[in-house]
Design a protein. Structure first.
Length: 246
């Protein structure tokens, strides 16, 4: 196996240097200054400004690290609190307060999970939000069915056809997917699918599914289980379809 070109370029830039401060030999990129890691930290302390800053969270006096004059917090803990107030805090499982998150049970899959996406507003935030589901997949399954989707599900159950509801293919969610026929069924409502933005998104979804080799059947709410749809359905399944009264 050949070494990728980007790795070869990176290896060529690393050369052996001698530290200008302590005289220690070490390896570093060609464009970097000739100081080892320990000497870089010491130089930062030397160039640290003489004036102290006041932490905006706890009010403690501190010297900004590395001469960073815009530093507002004295520690990482205070920085996390400030980001929680502003709503710009990064999500991650390695934070201690997220490890202490409340444990809940997902109502869809009955799986126990930690509610790390809760917004409590205890640090001055306005929003208060509780995480109910363990994943986005369970959230999609929990969505209320529209009337056309309910009629489609009843029709498939009556015909005893195996299907998967709210099935994900790539970055798109499909209303119904029948694995035996490799068929995707989309039930479109009159209101939501009348917007131009949604029509363009539906076209992109159609092109994506056809490129992946899936068969697609779209049913509009206004012509739900009409004669045209029944004929189209019979071509896919080979069975005679029965109209369901609303």
């Amino acid at each position: 196996m050949k070494t990728p070109l980007r790795i070869i370029k990176y290896q060529n830039t690393i050369i052996e240097k001698q530290c200008k401060r302590c005289g220690k030999k070490f390896q570093q990129e060609r464009h970097r200054k000739g100081y080892c890691d320990n000497c870089i930290l010491e130089r930062r302390k030397e160039f640290r400004p003489k004036t102290k800053h006041i932490c905006v969270v706890c009010g403690k006096e501190f010297y900004p690290i590395g001469g960073y004059l815009k530093q507002k917090c004295c520690s990482k803990k205070c920085k996390n609190k400030l980001q929680s107030i502003w709503g710009t805090r990064k999500k991650g499982r390695h934070y201690p307060d997220l490890q202490r998150a409340e444990k809940r049970i997902c109502p869809i899959c009955n799986k126990e999970f930690k509610a790390i996406k809760d917004i409590t507003g205890r640090f001055g935030g306005i929003k208060i939000k509780k995480q109910r589901y363990c994943s986005h997949k369970c959230y999609m399954k929990s969505r209320l069915e529209t009337t056309p989707e309910k009629l489609m599900r009843e029709f498939l159950d009556k015909e005893k056809i195996f299907y998967k509801q709210e099935y994900k293919i790539g970055s798109y969610w499909i209303d119904f997917y029948i694995p035996n026929m490799n068929l995707c069924i989309e039930v479109d409502g009159n209101y939501w699918h009348s917007f131009e933005k949604q029509k363009n998104r539906d076209k992109k979804k159609n092109e994506y599914l056809r490129k992946k080799g899936y068969s697609l059947l779209r049913i509009d709410e206004k012509e739900n289980f009409g004669k045209e749809i029944l004929n189209c359905w019979e071509k896919f399944t080979g069975k005679k379809a029965v109209k369901i009264s609303k």
